[in-house]
Design a protein around this ligand. Sequence first.
Ligand SMILES: Nc1ccn([C@@H]2O[C@H](COP(=O)(O)OP(=O)(O)OP(=O)(O)O)[C@@H](O)[C@H]2O)c(=O)n1
Ligand SMILES: C[C@](O)(CO)[C@H](O)COP(=O)(O)O
Length: 242
Amino acid sequence: MNTNPQVHAMIVAAGRGSRFGASIAKQYLPIAGQTLLQHSVARLASSAYIEQCLLVIAANDSTAQTLDFAMPIQYTTGGAERWQSVFAGLEAIVAAGAEDSDLILIHDAARPAVPRSDIDHVIEAAMLEPYGAILATPVVDTLKQSQSSPVPDANNDEQHYAARTIDRTDMWQAQTPQVFRVSQLRQVLAYVAMHQLSITDEASAFEYLALPIRLVSGSRQNIKLTYADDATLIAAILDSQR
Ligand SMILES: Nc1ccn([C@@H]2O[C@H](COP(=O)(O)OP(=O)(O)OP(=O)(O)O)[C@@H](O)[C@H]2O)c(=O)n1
Ligand SMILES: C[C@](O)(CO)[C@H](O)COP(=O)(O)O
């Protein structure tokens, strides 16, 4: 196994940010002096393993190429689903000459506060794995599963009720970066496409094929900007990391 492979980095930034709900795409939200995307690129650039980055952007994105980034950037167009954006980025990296045994690192543009040490840890873990490794954090809250049908209240808003508590032992929340071997990721994403599976992270595709992906415990500061009120939290985290 190649334990000293080249690392090819991509950031997926082709989403619509529908849950964020703002007029501006969340990857271009200005926080602590630059956009979320620029922060995320700068974090990857801080790792000695990463010297350039592919940005996967929406077909109608007219913002990314007006920005300055902390390292050389290439671009490709994403897809309707996140995994399709990852697949498009993977094919672009393969077309640029990546070797089968190289590593491909996938990071969400929406996760600008990932510590450099976590980036290095997940890369170093993946170097020792046949398939890959991802950052994740153990679930610390009590997990509730709601009843399948919410009950409308007097204002016809949905009210959710707890149906059961899910045992949180051995439960993790996946983050990014997620790091895989190029050839294996191509194979599992082709499987996802062929079987029209719905996945929200690339590790899920490996799980469908019972291929082990290492969980690397990461910082709880590596949150994903999803809803509007995440912006205040991320701004505070970025400020604390200066
Ligand atoms: N078709 C997609 C969907 C998502 N992403 C990227 O994947 C990351 C994580 O996805 P998410 O937080 O869900 O972003 P959005 O899909 O934009 O948000 P929403 O689901 O609320 O629309 C983001 O950086 C987003 O830009 C992508 O590149 N292509
Ligand atoms: C990849 C990810 O960030 C891991 O938690 C998450 O699955 C992205 O999900 P989203 O619904 O595309 O934000």
